[in-house]
Design a protein around this ligand. Structure first.
Ligand SMILES: [Zn+2]
Length: 99
């Protein structure tokens, strides 16, 4: 019998950044790659342009990157659980985990 705490520490995959962590990302693709490599269980990654979000440093439009898990609740019903939200500035090549 495995000890419960030991089992927990063996769960593969977690978000590779702390909330509000800022980090450099040369391209959006590299950031997505990094998130995929983290092997977050059942995670899906979605990219969307943010309409209202502009980078405070350069006022370029930010790109939102959502990491969520999705559970089917039967016919055409889906429950989405947002795990993390990143905002990426393609001009500054800078990403922030905002959630
Ligand atoms: Zn910027």
């Amino acid at each position: 019998m495995a000890h419960p705490s030991r089992v927990k520490s063996k769960i593969a995959g977690s978000i590779p950044h702390m909330p509000f962590q800022e980090f450099a990302a040369n391209t959006l693709e590299l950031l997505l790659e990094e998130l995929k490599k983290a092997k977050i269980p059942n995670a899906r990654i979605e990219v969307s342009d943010s309409e209202d979000g502009r980078h405070y440093a350069c006022s370029a439009p930010l790109v939102n990157v959502l990491v969520y898990t999705s559970h089917s609740l039967g016919e055409e019903q889906e429950y989405k659980d947002l795990l993390a939200l990143y905002q990426y500035c393609p001009d500054c090549k800078n990403a922030v985990r905002v959630l």
